[in-house]
Design a protein around this ligand. Sequence first.
Ligand SMILES: NC(=O)C1=CN([C@@H]2O[C@H](COP(=O)(O)OP(=O)(O)OC[C@H]3O[C@@H](n4cnc5c(N)ncnc54)[C@H](OP(=O)(O)O)[C@@H]3O)[C@@H](O)[C@H]2O)C=CC1
Ligand SMILES: O=C(O)[C@H](O)CS(=O)(=O)O
Length: 492
Amino acid sequence: MLDHTTDLTSMLSRPDLLCQRAFVGGQWVEAGDGKTFEVRNPARGDVIARIPDLSRAEIAAAIDAAHDSQKAWAARTGKERAKILHRWYELMMEHQEDLAVLMTAEQGKPLSESRGEVAYGAAYVEWFAEEAKRVYGETIPGHMPDKRITVIKQPIGVAAGITPWNFPNAMIARKVAPALAAGCSFVSRPATLTPLSALAMAKLAEEAGVPAGVFSVVTTTSSSEAGKEFCENPKVRKLTFTGSTEVGRILLKQAADQVMKCSMELGGNAPFIVFDDADLDAAVQGAIVSKFRNNGQTCVCANRIYVQAGVYDAFAGKLAAAVGRMKVGDGLEDGTDLGPLIEPKAADKVREHIEDAVAKGAKVLTGGHGHPLGGQFFEPTIVTGATPEMLVAKEETFGPFAPLFRFEDEADVIAQANDTIFGLACYFYARDLSRVIRVQEALEYGMVGVNTGIISTEVAPFGGVKQSGLGREGSRHGIEDYLEMKYICTQV
Ligand SMILES: NC(=O)C1=CN([C@@H]2O[C@H](COP(=O)(O)OP(=O)(O)OC[C@H]3O[C@@H](n4cnc5c(N)ncnc54)[C@H](OP(=O)(O)O)[C@@H]3O)[C@@H](O)[C@H]2O)C=CC1
Ligand SMILES: O=C(O)[C@H](O)CS(=O)(=O)O
């Protein structure tokens, strides 16, 4: 168990990766007024770091440094930027264990998941190191004999990003990597609860040769002030956000005044559908990984589990048995499957959804309460008899709560699955080919898992429709959000 900062640094092969200063314009800085905020280990509540609480003016200074360094960074060849990004990827993987320990200490997820997230984040850096060399334009046959048409793509300029606590490495990597690959500079503002991963990434970016000012990490408890500076500062040309739809709406409204380009990866409410021709064992494994990855604190996790009547009881029994084998504990301890929730209000939300469901007729199959470990630990919970009238049918739980809805036919479950303002990820298990094609086309989501519960990869376009967001991250499409297209018409 961790007691204090010294305990955490004693676990690191590179203690200097626990950075307790902000990274602005290539300098490691304190807040001008000396203000700091505490970072606590959610498993035990102890303080593991004290981080500068920067002011809006200090955030503006990071934007100035990004602006002053961007043109020279863009003037480098794609190959030069690729080389530096690839070195950053190599350093992230060389220090995977230290980055994972820092992540589990500040966010709580099991060390095995933290290692996976570091590799996932690094994969985005590796992917966009390659894409940096492939920003192609085009020539178009002229519309008149004396005209020549070309189209080129240029970096948009200074980009700013606000990211959540649930994936404190990958959400930053998935934004900074394409931005830098395109020739943009980037100011990152990580969540108050989890700044350590971002700061360690900045340390390794500096070592990889990212020039001063091109990538800054501004730490502050005043997220709204950071958001306003990002949206109102004329030097910022691009805003990218991952978090709740509620905050996404606020930022979009603020960004509208400058007609700023925005990318939004927002909330979800993923349906997970099991048809009667599914491989039930595969469906159970898919439900476990989709529902309980990061303790359910994932925007793409299964939030509603729909099971066709003919296999409902068999699936429920298998799922309960699998959940019963999951170990709740400190993420730094071997064998832990489910760490603590990020903060007390997160446990309150899970409890609220469970109590609401039971009050409206659901039956607890397993779990249902805070875990005996106390604090933010919670029992993984399954209820049967879930109905559309329950809170969990409309809201993202963001915790280890699996409500089982029973359905009769395909049309009925498609209607229920689509009855939400969200459209990020969805999943279904079936083996009839015609049904698979019908259902994958009928579900109104940006991403579909067919006979799989995990879809996150750097090679595919990640993003949602409806109120789950704007734009895509990852894949060959992800760099486009950091580029402007310029049409050139030349008289010959
Ligand atoms: N789609 C996704 O990937 C995610 C979805 N969510 C959803 O959001 C819910 C709440 O989680 P939470 O982490 O609080 O998500 P939030 O959307 O509240 O926070 C996400 C990030 O935005 C920052 N933020 C909050 N308010 C503002 C603001 N007015 N202006 C600028 N930035 C702001 C937060 O800073 P700080 O926390 O430091 O104040 C954090 O860095 C979850 O229950 C889940 O439903 C959450 C995380 C990821
Ligand atoms: O915000 C999230 O929950 C992540 O985008 C989920 S994933 O990309 O790691 O699947």
